[in-house]
Design a protein around this ligand. Structure first.
Ligand code: PRP
Length: 183
């Protein structure tokens, strides 16, 4: 789909095209839920969403995973566009005291450089979980900082500025039910 999309949520901003429709996302999230359940035949699973971008994806995904699980979120400190250096990343919101023995599924909206994920995984690994895997809705596949490739990926993302379904531009457009690229 291209050209102008007449959506009152956009407040006049034009979207170049819709990259993934609401229906495409729903179908893929349903399939991902099955993939996740199949990958964890036993053990305690904690789904950890990385805020803010993952908030819609997490809420849709967990309802499609037919097995017991718990949900929590992480907020990572960042300073402007620069994350603090590796080893000093700070969790602004820290999920729970002990992750020991839990299977952690870290949920990201989009993997770009991979820096966010790498830093978070490094911090979480110190807490001796049983495993850490990543589920990313979108992967741009040009991560150069990534030490831990996502095990579950919703879509290969085009190299465009994407908004919607949790992704923002200056905090706007997170509430779009589809994923679009801005003009
Ligand atoms: C965005 C996005 C990912 C990260 C990906 O988060 O939600 O978390 O950047 O980029 P990377 O792979 O290059 O690290 P942002 O810092 O914009 O915060 P937000 O989730 O609150 O939107």
């Amino acid at each position: 789909m291209s050209a102008f999309v007449a959506d009152p949520r956009l407040a006049g901003r034009k979207v170049k095209r819709i990259a993934f429709t609401e229906e495409q996302i729903a179908a893929r999230v349903r399939a991902l839920g099955q993939e996740v359940a199949a990958a964890y035949p036993d053990g305690n699973l904690l789904v950890l969403g990385l805020l803010k971008g993952s908030f819609i994806f997490v809420s849709d995904l967990v309802r499609q995973v037919p097995r017991p699980l718990q949900v929590d979120f992480l907020v990572v400190s960042s300073y402007g566009n620069e994350m603090v250096s590796s080893g000093h990343v700070r969790l602004v919101y820290d999920p729970q005291a002990s992750l020991q023995g839990l299977h952690i599924l870290l949920v990201e909206d989009i993997v770009d450089s991979g820096r966010t994920l790498s830093l978070v995984i490094e911090v979480l690994q110190e807490r001796q979980p049983a495993s850490i895997e990543v589920c990313a809705l979108l992967d741009k596949h040009h991560a150069t900082h990534l030490t831990h490739a996502p095990r579950f990926v919703g879509f290969d993302a085009p190299n465009e500025f994407l908004v919607g379904y949790g992704l923002d531009h200056a905090e706007n457009f997170r509430h779009l039910p589809y994923i679009a690229s801005l003009e």
